[in-house]
Design a protein around this ligand. Structure first.
Ligand code: 3H9
Length: 655
C-alpha cells in the first residue's frame, strides 16, 4: 500500500480498492490552500484511475477538520475556494465518504455534509460554529445541513453554533452510522455505494417543517443574538434553503459570508478567538512543569468557596473544605451539594457524576485535615488581618510542598504572602462569582511566586475549564482596577448631568447585558464604600471625588439585596427612584454643576476611553502582559460584549 502525496498536507493510499485521503495539517487540519488543492487533486486522481471504487476522507490526529483556516481570512483568496471543493466532492462520479475521527467543525463539517456518506467515530463531533466568529458558514453549511436534518434542527445548530456528539448526529440524520473503527466502516460504505446512484446532499428535497416550530427556533436564536448580525443572517439562510434552489441558496450564503467576514464584528470575534488561545501563555514558564495536584483544600465554604469547590469537584479533584465550626461545615456541605443539584437540573451534570463529586468532598472544622492538600485556596472574608492570620496558620499545617492561593479581589497578596515563611508558594487565584459558572480566573503572579507554583496555578485553572489570565499585583488586579476607573467616569457623568438609567441604557444598547449602575446594585455598594473609606486618608484632595455613592450608602441603600441602591426594587422590578435623583441633584448643586445632557454615543465613548486608558496603564506598569488579556478579562468577568472585541480592541478601532 503505497501513499500518494496530493499536496503538502493531503495524501492518499489504496485500501480495498478505495482511495483513503488523509488531511494532515496540524494543529487542527484547517482547510488551508494546500488542503483544498490536495483534496481536488485526490478526487481527480480517484476519478481517473479505473480501479478506484470510491474515496474516503479522514483527518490525521485528534481532529477531522477544524474548519477554514481563520488566519487566512482577510488575505487574497487562493483557488480553489472551499465552496468549489465542496462542489467537486458532491458532484464526484465516485462515492465519497467521510470517516469522521474527531471534531468536524465549520468547513470541516461542510466537507462531511458534501460527502455522499458519513461515518462517525466515537470521538467525532459536528458543528457549524461560524456565528461565534461573527460569520455564517460559507461553504454550503446553511444549505446542506437543513437538507439532511431538517430546517428546525439546522436553525438550532447553526444559529447557536453548538456541536453535537455522534449519538445525536445519528438521531438527527447527520451521519449514516457510528463505528469504533470509522475508517474500515467508511471504506465498506464507499464500496457498497460504488456503481449505484449517489445520494447528493444538495439534491435532497427538504422535508416540510412545522411553521410554528420554525418560528420558535428562530426566536430562540434571535433572543440570544444581542445585536449581532451573524445569527440572524444564518437563520435567514437556513430558511431560504427550503424556498430557493441550491444554486441560489449557495450564492446568497457566499455573498453573506464574505460581507460578514470583512465586518468589524467578525474581526472582533476572531481577535477574541486568538486571544483565548494566547491567554495563560507565559514566556518565563517555557519548560516549567506544573506540580501534580490531587487534593484541593478550600478554606471558607460561603458562596465563593462553595462555587470553587463545585468547579474543583467536577474537574475530578478531591476537596477538603474547612469552616470554623462543625455547624458551619455542615452548612457548607449543603451549599456545595445544592449547587451540584442545580447543575444536574440544568443538564450540565449527570446524577452519577454528582454522587461521584460528593464522594470526593469532605467539609470539616478540623483545619488539620488540610495536611492532605496539594493546593489550598482561601475564600474567606476580604480582610487583610483575617487573611494574613489564616496564611500564617496554614503555613504550619500544610505540607512543605503544598501551594497556598488567595482568592482576594482587592487586598495585596504580597502582604498576605509576607505573613508566611515561604512566600514563594503563594499565588493569587481570583475567581469570579458564581465560581462554578464564570470562566474567568485572574492568576496573580505575586512578587515571590515561584515559576512552578505559577505554572501549577495556571494548569489547575485550565483543568477546571476556566480561562486563566495572568496578572501582577495591583489593587483590584486587571478587572476591578478597570471596573473602578470606568465606574468613576460613569459617576462623573452622572454628576455632570446624565441619569444613571441613561448610562445603563447606553451600555445595554452597546451590548452589555446590564448597565454599570445595575451591576453595582447587584454586587452591593458596601464593599466599594468600605474601600473608599479606607482610602480616604491617602486620597489626593485635589482629585475629583463624587460623593453620591457615599450618600446612598449612608442612607442604607446597598443595592438589590437591601431593596434599594441606585434604583428602587421595592415593587420587585428595577425602578428609577426620585430619592436617588434628589441625592444626585443635591450633589450637583453643592458643587455648582449645571447639568448638561449626554448622548448614548458620548456615554459609551467616554466609558470605553476610561477602560482603555486604565488598560494602557496596566500594560505600562507590567501588570497585564498583553492587551488581548485585558479584553478577555472585561469580556468574561464584566459583561463586555465579545462581538466588540473588548475595550482595548474597540479603542484601537476608534483611534
Ligand atoms: C469556517 O470554517 C468558515 C467556513 O464555513 C467557510 C469558509 C469559506 N484556523 O483550540 P486549540 C489553532 S470558520 C486557524 O487550543 P483544541 C489555534 O489558534 C472556522 N487556526 O485546540 C491554536 O493555535 P496556537 C470554524 C486554528 O485541541 C491551535 O489551533 N471553525 C483554527 O483545544 C490549537 O487550538 C471553528 O470555529 C482554525 N480554524 O481544540 C473551530 N482552529 O497553538 C475553531 C484552531 O498557535 N477551533 N486553530 O495557539 C476549535 O474550536 C478548536 O481549535 C478545536 C481543537 C476544537 C478544533
Amino acid at each position: 500500500m503505497s501513499a500518494t502525496r496530493f499536496s503538502e498536507s493531503v495524501s492518499g493510499s489504496i485500501r480495498d480498492d478505495v482511495l483513503v485521503v488523509t488531511i494532515d495539517n496540524a494543529p487542527v487540519n484547517a482547510t488551508s490552500a494546500h488542503v483544498r488543492q490536495g483534496l481536488v487533486k485526490a478526487l481527480d486522481h480517484a476519478e481517473a484511475v479505473g480501479t478506484v471504487a470510491g474515496i474516503v476522507i479522514t483527518g490525521a490526529g485528534r481532529t477531522f477538520v477544524g474548519g477554514a483556516d481563520i488566519r487566512e481570512f482577510g488575505k487574497p483568496p487562493v483557488e480553489p475556494t472551499l465552496p468549489e471543493v465542496m462542489e467537486r466532492i458532491e458532484t464526484c462520479g465516485k462515492p465519497v465518504v467521510a470517516a469522521v475521527n474527531g471534531a468536524a467543525l465549520g468547513g470541516g463539517c461542510e466537507i462531511a455534509l458534501a460527502c455522499h456518506g458519513r461515518i462517525a467515530g466515537g470521538a467525532a463531533s459536528f458543528g457549524l460554529p461560524e456565528v461565534k466568529l461573527g460569520i455564517v458558514p460559507g461553504a454550503g453549511g446553511t444549505q446542506r445541513l437543513p437538507r439532511l436534518i431538517g430546517i428546525v434542527a439546522a436553525i438550532d445548530m447553526i444559529g447557536s453554533g453548538r456541536a453535537v456528539k455522534p449519538d445525536d448526529a445519528l438521531k438527527l440524520g447527520l451521519v449514516d452510522g457510528i463505528a469504533a473503527d470509522q475508517l474500515s466502516t467508511a471504506i465498506e460504505l464507499a464500496r457498497g455505494m460504488a456503481a449505484k446512484p449517489l445520494r447528493r446532499t444538495g439534491g435532497i428535497q427538504i422535508a416540510g417543517a412545522d411553521a410554528a416550530a420554525v418560528e420558535i427556533a428562530t426566536k430562540k436564536v434571535l433572543a440570544k443574538a444581542r445585536g449581532q448580525a451573524a445569527p440572524a443572517e444564518a437563520v435567514r439562510l437556513v430558511r431560504k434553503a427550503s424556498e430557493a434552489s441550491l444554486e441560489d441558496g449557495l450564492a446568497d450564503e457566499r455573498a453573506t459570508f464574505i460581507r460578514l467576514r470583512d465586518s468589524r464584528e467578525a474581526a472582533a470575534l476572531r481577535h477574541v478567538f486568538f486571544a483565548e488561545r494566547q491567554a495563560g501563555k507565559v514566556d518565563k514558564l517555557e519548560g516549567v512543569a506544573p506540580r501534580k495536584l490531587e487534593t484541593i483544600g478550600i478554606v471558607g465554604t460561603g458562596l465563593m468557596g462553595a462555587g470553587i469547590a463545585v468547579a474543583t469537584l467536577t474537574a475530578g479533584y478531591r476537596v477538603v473544605g474547612v469552616e470554623q465550626t462543625e455547624e458551619a461545615a455542615a452548612r457548607g456541605r449543603v451549599r456545595v451539594s445544592g449547587i451540584l443539584d442545580k447543575t444536574v437540573q440544568s443538564g450540565r451534570l449527570t446524577d452519577a457524576a454528582r454522587s461521584d463529586c460528593l464522594a470526593r468532598l469532605d467539609v470539616t472544622a478540623d483545619t488539620g485535615r488540610l495536611a492532605a492538600a496539594d493546593l489550598v485556596i482561601e475564600a474567606v472574608f476580604d480582610d487583610l488581618t483575617v487573611k494574613t492570620e489564616m496564611f500564617r496558620r496554614l503555613d504550619n499545617i500544610v505540607r512543605p510542598d503544598a501551594i497556598l492561593a488567595t482568592n482576594t479581589s482587592y487586598l495585596n497578596p504580597d502582604e498576605i504572602a509576607a505573613a508566611t515563611a515561604h512566600p514563594d508558594r503563594v499565588v493569587g487565584l481570583h475567581f469570579f462569582s458564581p465560581a462554578n459558572v464564570m470562566r474567568l480566573v485572574e492568576v496573580v503572579d505575586c512578587n515571590a511566586t515561584s515559576p512552578d507554583v505559577l505554572a501549577t496555578a495556571l494548569a489547575f485553572a485550565k483543568k477546571l475549564g476556566k480561562l486563566p489570565v495572568v496578572c501582577g499585583v495591583t489593587e483590584g488586579f486587571i478587572g476591578n482596577r478597570i471596573f473602578s476607573a470606568y465606574r468613576r467616569d460613569a459617576e462623573f457623568m452622572v454628576e455632570d448631568g446624565a441619569a444613571p438609567a441613561d448610562v445603563d441604557a447606553a451600555l445595554e444598547a452597546y451590548g452589555f447585558p446590564m448597565g454599570i449602575f445595575t451591576v453595582y446594585d447587584m454586587a452591593g455598594l458596601e464593599i466599594a464604600w468600605a474601600r473608599r473609606k479606607r482610602q480616604a486618608a491617602t486620597r489626593d484632595p485635589k482629585a475629583r471625588y463624587v460623593e453620591i455613592a457615599d450618600r446612598l450608602c449612608e442612607a442604607g441603600r446597598f443595592g438589590r439585596k437591601s431593596g434599594r441602591g441606585w434604583y428602587d426594587y421595592s415593587s420587585g422590578e428595577k425602578a428609577v427612584d426620585p430619592d436617588v435623583t434628589a441625592v444626585i441633584e443635591a450633589a450637583r448643586l453643592a458643587k455648582g454643576i449645571v447639568p448638561r445632557s449626554f448622548t448614548a454615543d458620548e456615554i459609551v465613548g467616554r466609558l470605553l476611553r476610561a477602560m482603555a486608558d486604565e488598560g494602557k496603564a496596566l500594560l505600562d506598569e507590567g501588570i497585564a502582559t498583553r492587551s488581548s488579556d485585558i479584553d478577555l478579562v472585561m469580556i468574561n468577568g464584566y459583561g463586555f460584549p465579545a462581538h466588540k472585541g473588548g475595550p482595548m480592541f474597540a479603542a484601537e478601532g476608534s483611534a
